[in-house]
Design a binder for this molecule. Structure first.
Ligand SMILES: Cc1ncc(COP(=O)(O)O)c(C=O)c1O
Length: 400
C-alpha cells in the first residue's frame, strides 16, 4: 500500500499510477521498461525535456558551493543574476523581482503587493480583485479565490474564499464592472491569452490590450499570471507586453525545481519605500531564491536563448495546426492551437474517457481533464514525436 496522497484524485478509485524510474529527453521510462513521450511536459514545466546535461552541470556546480541560504539579510550570485536576467527579458518597466517557491505562492505575493500598494499610497477600500471566468491561478486561498467561481476546481470552497468579481474576456463587461466597483478593486488578474487549467480557452490580444487600458483608466493594477504562458508557450517569450505585476513559475527552472518570480514595476515597488517597516513588504518564504533553483533557471534561460527556442516553438505551432485544426470526429466539439499548445475539446469529459490508457499503451503520456485533451510538449520534441502524439490523440476518437 502506498502512503502517498495523490493530487486531484479520488484515492478510493484512482487507477494505479505509473511508476517512473528514469527520464531522458522527451521520454519517461517506466518500471516495466516501457517508454512514454511526455506530451504535457510534466504539467507544462519541463520545456527542455528531462536530464538536460547543461542544467545538470549547473546544479552540480552550485551544489558544491552551497545549495540554499536564506534571503533574509543575505544574498548570492544566482539570485542576483537571475533577477537581472528576468528584468532584461520581461516587459519594460518590471524592474523588481520577488522570488517564491511555486506559482500559487507567486500569485499570493502579487495579490498582497497589489492590496498593500494602494494602502501605501493612502487609498483605502481596495481589497478585492477582478478576474476572468474560467481562470486558474493556483491552489492556495488567495489564488483559489480568483479562479473560476463556478466550473473550476474550487467551487467547493465558496463560503471560505473571499468573494471577488468575475468577468468574461469582454471589454464592455469589464468597463461596466470598473464603472461601478473600481474603488473596491486592487487589481485585475488574468492568464494572458491562454487560460490553462480552467479548460484551455484562448482569447484575443485585443482584449488583453483593452484590459490594460481600462485598468489604467480606472486605477486598477494589472497582474499578468504568466506561470503557464511564460517562456514561449503562446509563441512569444511572454504572452503580455505590459503589466504592473507579472508572475512567472513552472518553466522558469526548465522544470527542475520549484521557483516563482513576482516582478513588479517601479511604481509598485516605490510605494513600499519609506523610513519604517509600515510600508515594507512583510513576506518571505523560507526557500525564496533557492540557489539551486536560481542556477537551474539561469541555465534554462541560457539554453532557451542560445538554441533559439522561439523558432522551435514556431515549428511546433505549424505541426500542431497541420495535425489538429479541422479535425472532426464523434464527441469532438472543437480543436484549437496557440503557440506550442494544441487542444481537442470534447462535447463532454465522457467523450475522452479511456484516452489516457489508450495513449499510454501506444507510448504517449497524456493527462486530459474537464472536457479537454491537450498537448503542451517539451520544446525539444522532434517532428516525428509530435506527430505521434497528435496521431494518438486523434486515433482515440476515430476508434471510439
Ligand atoms: C496560470 C497558473 N497560475 C498559477 C499556477 C500555480 O502554480 P503552482 O502549481 O506552481 O503553484 C498554475 C498551475 O497550473 C497556473 O497554470
Amino acid at each position: 500500500m502506498s502512503h502517498l496522497w495523490f493530487p486531484y484524485a479520488q484515492m478510493q478509485t484512482m487507477p494505479l499510477p505509473l511508476k517512473v524510474v528514469g527520464a531522458n529527453g522527451v521520454k519517461l521510462r517506466l518500471e516495466n521498461g516501457q517508454e512514454l513521450i511526455d506530451a504535457i511536459s510534466s504539467w507544462w514545466c519541463a520545456i527542455h525535456g528531462y536530464n538536460n546535461e547543461e542544467i545538470n552541470a549547473a546544479l552540480q556546480r552550485q551544489m558544491l558551493q552551497f545549495s540554499h541560504v536564506m534571503l533574509g539579510g543575505l544574498t548570492h550570485e544566482p539570485a542576483e543574476k537571475l533577477a537581472e536576467e528576468l528584468v532584461r527579458i520581461s516587459p519594460q518597466g518590471l524592474n523588481h523581482v520577488f522570488f517564491a517557491d511555486s506559482g500559487s505562492v507567486g500569485m499570493e505575493v502579487a495579490m498582497k503587493m497589489a492590496v498593500q500598494f494602494w494602502k501605501n499610497n493612502g487609498v483605502e477600500g481596495k481589497y478585492k480583485f477582478a478576474a476572468l471566468r474560467k481562470g486558474y491561478h493556483g491552489d492556495t486561498t488567495g489564488a483559489m479565490s480568483i479562479g473560476d467561481p463556478e466550473e473550476g476546481m474550487h467551487h467547493l470552497f465558496k463560503g471560505f474564499l473571499p468573494k471577488q468579481f468575475f468577468i468574461n474576456p469582454d471589454l464592455n463587461e469589464m468597463e461596466d464592472l470598473f464603472r461601478e466597483h473600481s474603488k473596491e478593486i486592487a487589481a485585475f488578474a488574468c492568464e494572458p491569452l491562454l487560460q490553462g487549467a480552467g479548460g484551455f480557452n484562448f482569447y484575443s490580444s485585443a482584449f488583453l490590450k483593452g484590459a490594460q487600458e481600462l485598468c489604467e483608466k480606472y486605477g486598477v493594477l494589472f497582474i499578468a499570471d504568466e506561470v503557464a504562458t511564460g517562456f514561449g508557450r503562446t509563441g512569444t517569450m511572454f504572452a503580455c507586453e505590459q503589466a504592473d505585476i507579472m508572475v512567472l513559475g513552472k518553466a522558469l527552472t526548465g522544470g527542475y525545481l520549484g521557483l516563482s518570480a513576482t516582478l513588479a514595476s517601479d511604481r509598485v515597488f516605490d510605494s513600499f519605500l519609506g523610513e519604517s517597516y509600515e510600508k515594507a513588504f512583510m513576506h518571505g518564504p523560507t526557500f525564496m531564491g533557492n540557489a539551486l533553483a536560481c542556477s537551474a533557471a539561469l541555465a534554462s534561460l541560457r539554453i532557451f536563448e542560445r538554441e533559439n527556442y522561439l523558432q522551435k516553438i514556431a515549428r511546433i505551432n505549424e505541426i500542431l495546426k497541420e495535425e489538429l485544426l479541422g479535425f472532426e470526429a464523434r464527441g469532438v466539439k472543437e480543436t484549437r492551437v496557440l503557440g506550442a499548445c494544441g487542444v481537442i475539446e470534447t462535447v463532454s469529459g465522457k467523450n475522452h474517457k479511456g484516452i489516457q490508457e489508450f495513449a499510454a499503451e501506444r507510448g504517449v503520456w497524456l493527462r486530459p481533464f474537464l472536457n479537454v485533451v491537450y498537448t503542451m510538449p517539451p520544446y525539444i520534441i522532434s517532428e516525428e514525436e509530435l506527430r505521434k502524439i497528435c496521431g494518438v490523440m486523434k486515433n482515440f476518437f476515430y476508434i471510439n
